[in-house]
Design a protein around this ligand. Structure first.
Ligand code: CO
Length: 208
């Protein structure tokens, strides 16, 4: 008996159920994937991409990291975007943050000098840039929520600034910013917040 046998048993049950509901599902999927969406979200266990948008395997390509960051030099995320857009033909990139994000809250507290703090530093920079706007919020909780929203908006701009997405945008690929509320399970569109952050950095704009 392995310690994780219950997970393997649960997997067999799940695969059986999916195959009963959609005969031939795994055989069809094993030969190709054609997802329309790329999801860039937080690693948080409470924000699983497929489940919260009700999509089956094969329908959404997923990249997750702590605090849903798109760092200009992160080859991991850049490779995911390149593959999703240029190989799979994804049509929409969704950057999804969530309220109650531990990575974002950590950026509002003093650094503890842990490895994680190097990563969170990217969010800390956003908090510093938008300090006035964040401090207008009436409570610590509201400030953290606002930073969660601003973080998504800035990451959307980072996606749009990447050369791979600029090239894809020319053929109609769209980038969206969403936020998920752990308290009610609902997603909200952050377009107004995204539109409020600085425009594409002119020096990063591709010619043509
Ligand atoms: Co999070």
């Amino acid at each position: 008996m392995g310690e994780l046998d219950h997970l393997l048993a649960s997997n067999r049950e799940w695969a059986g159920r999916v195959e009963r509901e959609h005969p031939g599902f795994f055989r069809n999927l094993s030969s190709q994937q054609r997802p329309k969406y790329l999801w860039i979200g937080c690693s948080d266990s409470r924000v699983p991409a497929n489940e919260i948008i009700g999509l089956l395997p094969g329908e959404v390509f997923v990249h997750r990291n702590v605090a849903n960051l798109v760092v200009h030099s992160d080859l991991n995320c850049l490779s995911v975007m390149d593959f999703a857009l240029n190989e799979l033909g994804v049509e929409h990139v969704i950057v999804c943050g969530h309220y109650g994000c531990g990575g974002v809250s950590a950026a509002l507290a003093p650094s503890e000098g842990r490895v994680m703090d190097h990563w969170i530093r990217h969010v800390r920079d956003i908090a510093k840039f938008y300090r006035d706007e964040i401090e207008r919020e009436p409570s610590v909780q509201a400030q953290a929520r606002r930073l969660c929203e601003l973080n998504v908006a800035v990451q959307v701009v980072h996606v749009r600034e990447s050369p791979v997405v600029q090239a894809a945008a020319a053929r109609g690929v769209k980038v969206h910013g969403w936020i998920y509320d752990l308290a009610d399970g609902l997603l909200r569109d952050l377009t107004p917040t995204v539109d409020g952050v600085r425009a594409l950095e002119p020096s990063c704009r591709l010619p043509g």
